[in-house]
Design a protein around this ligand. Structure first.
Ligand code: TMP
Ligand code: ASP
Length: 237
């Protein structure tokens, strides 16, 4: 199969149908702009399965995203989009770079969710951007920025609810957006413990990539916990 692009944690393959892609999740973990990296057997499977459940849930809730169906253990079939060169970060509790920038203790609740944007460029150290910069650089229109904010807000509400049903707190997460040939913006990339901070409400344990970032122990066992709880939640609804 023809490779369209390969990133740190994914390979995107072309499909026979030009409006579809195959997303393959690698068994690789990277952090701190690829300074820290490791092969973690099984990780691709968990990220794939967890993303699939969350994307399907968002679709059912009327929040459009690129997921079509699982293809196999480690890959999913998705709609082909033109992915915007920006990341949208949504935060419900302080953590990570917000905590370090503002000197706020990790997991401090925020009065309102924070929506941030960064420009996807490792060479430039993924600088901050805002809606005015995104419009001025020609990535989106102001109308599209409104759509992106609206989708990010709805996704936050929906995902926070699912995780809460699984006794997991959604601390923060990252979204990417892709444009369909007709112009519509939808959620792309992945939604998984690699791109969300997830904390077990009962034990306070991180069930996400912070385990890898900060050497907090096995990530497979944590990702497996997330997958099992999501599967149990799915069977209950
Ligand atoms: P941060 O605290 O490092 O800014 O990260 C906020 C959230 O966004 C966290 O859940 C991890 C996620 N994230 C990604 O998925 N990819 C990235 O490249 C970055 C910087 C953050
Ligand atoms: N995704 C980024 C990287 O792999 C940063 C992170 O998630 O810590 O470099």
């Amino acid at each position: 199969m023809e490779i369209i692009t390969e990133g740190h944690s994914k390979i995107i393959y072309a499909k026979e149908s030009p409006d579809k892609i195959l997303v393959y999740f690698k068994d690789t973990a990277t952090a701190f702009h690829n300074i820290k990296r490791a092969k973690i057997v099984g990780k691709g499977l968990y990220v794939n399965q967890i993303s699939a459940i969350l994307f399907q849930y968002l679709t059912d809730a009327g929040i459009r995203n690129h997921f079509i169906k699982l293809a196999d253990d480690q890959s999913m079939e998705c709609l082909k989009t033109d992915v915007l060169p920006l990341r949208v970060i949504v935060r419900n509790f302080a953590a990570g770079s917000l905590s370090s920038r503002f000197g706020i203790k990790e997991e401090t609740p925020l009065v309102e969710p924070i929506y941030e944007m960064t420009y996807k460029s490792e060479d430039l150290d993924n600088p901050f951007m805002n809606e005015h910069i995104a419009v001025a650089l020609g990535f989106v229109t102001y109308n599209e920025m409104t759509t992106i904010s609206d989708i990010a807000h709805k996704a936050n509400t929906a995902l926070s609810q699912v995780f809460e049903s699984c006794d997991i707190r959604l601390i923060d997460f990252k979204l990417e957006f892709g444009r369909l040939p007709g112009g519509e913006l939808i959620i792309a990339d992945e939604i998984s413990p690699d791109t969300c901070r997830l904390v077990d409400i009962k034990t306070g344990r991180h069930l996400d990539k912070d385990r890898f970032r900060h050497d907090m122990g096995d990530i497979i066992e944590a990702y497996n916990t997330v997958l099992i709880r999501l599967k149990q939640w799915k069977n209950l609804i």
